[in-house]
Design a protein around this ligand. Sequence first.
Ligand SMILES: CCCCCCCCCCCCCCC/C=C/C(=O)SCCNC(=O)CCNC(=O)[C@H](O)C(C)(C)COP(=O)(O)OP(=O)(O)OC[C@H]1O[C@@H](n2cnc3c(N)ncnc32)[C@H](O)[C@@H]1OP(=O)(O)O
Ligand SMILES: Cc1cc2nc3c(=O)[nH]c(=O)nc-3n(C[C@H](O)[C@H](O)[C@H](O)COP(=O)(O)OP(=O)(O)OC[C@H]3O[C@@H](n4cnc5c(N)ncnc54)[C@H](O)[C@@H]3O)c2cc1C
Length: 602
Amino acid sequence: MLSRKELFKDTLKKAAHAWKRTVELHLTEEEANLLRLYIDQPGYVDLHWVMFVPAIKGQGTEEQQKKWLTMAYKFQIIGTYAQTELGHGSNVQGLETTATFDPSTDEFIMHSPTLTSSKWWPGGLGKTSTHAVVYARLITEGKDYGIHGFIMQLRSLDDHSPLPGITIGDIGGKFGSGAYNSMDNGVMRLDHVRIPRDQMLMRLAQVTREGKYVHSDVPKQLLYGTMVYVRQTIVADASRALSRAVCIAVRYGAIRKQFGSKAGGPETQVLNYKTQQSRLFPFLASAYAFRFVGQWLKWLYTDVTQKLESKDFSTLPEAHACTAGLKSVTTSATADAIEECQKLCGGHGYLNSSGLPELFAVNLPACTYEGDNVVLLLQVARFLMKTVSQVASGKQPVGTTAYMGNIQHLMQCKSVVNTVEDWLNPAAIKEVFEARALRMAVNCAQNISKAPSQEEGFEAAVAHVQLIIVTKFIEKLQEDILGHGVKEQLQKLCGIYALHLIHKHLGDFLSTGCVTARQGSLANERLGKLYAQVRPNAVALVDAFDYTDHYLGSALGRYDGDVYSALYKEAWKDPLNETVVPDGYQEHLRPLLKQQLKLSRL
Ligand SMILES: CCCCCCCCCCCCCCC/C=C/C(=O)SCCNC(=O)CCNC(=O)[C@H](O)C(C)(C)COP(=O)(O)OP(=O)(O)OC[C@H]1O[C@@H](n2cnc3c(N)ncnc32)[C@H](O)[C@@H]1OP(=O)(O)O
Ligand SMILES: Cc1cc2nc3c(=O)[nH]c(=O)nc-3n(C[C@H](O)[C@H](O)[C@H](O)COP(=O)(O)OP(=O)(O)OC[C@H]3O[C@@H](n4cnc5c(N)ncnc54)[C@H](O)[C@@H]3O)c2cc1C
């Protein structure tokens, strides 16, 4: 119910309080992250910690890190990540902002040469950030060396006014009433702003005092390293958002009753309807699947980072493909699922008090930021095409593409599934997912030489990423899992996750010959049985997410199930209910009613 200005100020207040508590309680970095996570309101601090600091860590020299991170860690400066422009977001190489080296003063001149080169979108840029890592085309000795990162001070540290030559503001209201409107996404134009040479982030490349451009021995793709880091964290965000929506829809489904009353008996809980289960339980399974794959991705990222530190860059392409692909598949699935959860809750799901509209509006842009999901899947396709060609030339693939080394078998194998129970076998499931992913990638690679098809590459990428998620779920179940019966429940969810994908993408599985129509129908039968088996534990499986009512923010998802009183109470809090007769009655309603009354008497 807050206006945009009030909402923004509220975000500043919360962020300042969280920082105060972080310092007072000597929180570790991980604890401070959790605190920000549970504040649960997008704000400038996200960009500061999640992008500005990592960009300097990844692209700055040791000296630069020492200088800037010391201030950033103490919040003496607030930073953002200013990459996207009005004219270009996905195509990073198409950015237009220039950083021209002037050897006479040992400075870079930062400039926005066109309207489309205005920086546009960076979070916190609009009203808050004092500094930014700005991405611009480096020009020295008359030559354009492409996009590089530069640290710029944007606002005075005394009175917060923009520095000379910098025009800066907020880009305006966004989707939803609250949601991302707490964030001051900004616009910025630069008019020949001078910065010292040593504010170019120089780990990847340097410009000497004389203006010579010098490459480092690290790959230039590390320029994109911050995005890899954030994409990895977004997978965990997606799993969290999805589990919140599912928690609301499952709990409400157990409370809501419609039809089915015979001879005055109780009506049916909507969660017992098969159609409700087949729409909702795949989301429950996905929430767990995304959590496990998110944990694995965090491990992968840490492993790659350690390798990079010792100058081993071999796993960078795989890390890029995994983070891009998983960010894309999990955020798209999550946005779709939250929207569907709204429908699963019927009319009440459409109320703000259900918590679902806000959850949807906050998570929808994750499909776009940190890389548009389609663009990112096309990157995965590019990686797969390269891997297929390496396999063809005898190279043994590793990591998440290791399965491609089994090409002889996977290109011609037939699924062993013969009964409904056979679909309980993780090896049988894994084999059909591997065969589908490989055959789609190989078909795409073969067709590329004839007529390049983006869609084919996109579909192959989706199949590969789904295989990763299924595989990581199966691997998770091979670990020791505490708690009586917990593993059995997770096995059922793993089955639901995999089989619902077979159901959804049956066309792929059939057309690549991985399963027959009969096997497809056995998978559906198995899926129906799994839904029935999960139903008794569905509420416990969402309670296990351990969300407080406060964090869930939903009248429908309350732990105590007292949904109707909560909805009723929430309704009365609406500002429209502050007066019995609404504002506007005297000016607009009363004259109208009186007029009609007069007319009817004529
Ligand atoms: C931790 C807890 C926190 C708790 C707090 C809770 C809060 C949570 C907050 C979450 C915060 C989220 C905030 C979001 C704010 C949003 C920020 C942004 O959106 S920033 C802007 C993001 N922009 C993008 O993502 C742009 C997308 N575009 C690209 O990445 C690239 O342009 C492209 C990859 C699409 C194309 O690159 P380009 O160089 O033009 O083309 P190529 O395709 O030829 O690629 C060349 C070569 O490089 C490889 N490559 C590409 N990207 C990477 C990479 N990232 N890493 C490694 N390698 C990469 C590519 O594969 C090619 O390799 P090759 O061998 O030649 O095939
Ligand atoms: C809430 C939010 C916060 C953001 N925060 C920041 C930030 O802090 N810092 C920052 O720098 N940026 C930020 N961004 C910008 C964001 O990174 C870009 O919007 C994103 O990278 C997508 O780029 P675009 O907007 O140029 O989309 P476009 O690339 O213009 O996409 C438009 C359409 O074209 C399609 N398309 C584009 N290229 C291709 C292709 N090669 N093949 C097929 N289809 C294609 C896309 O799929 C999409 O459907 C933010 C964006 C949002 C929404």
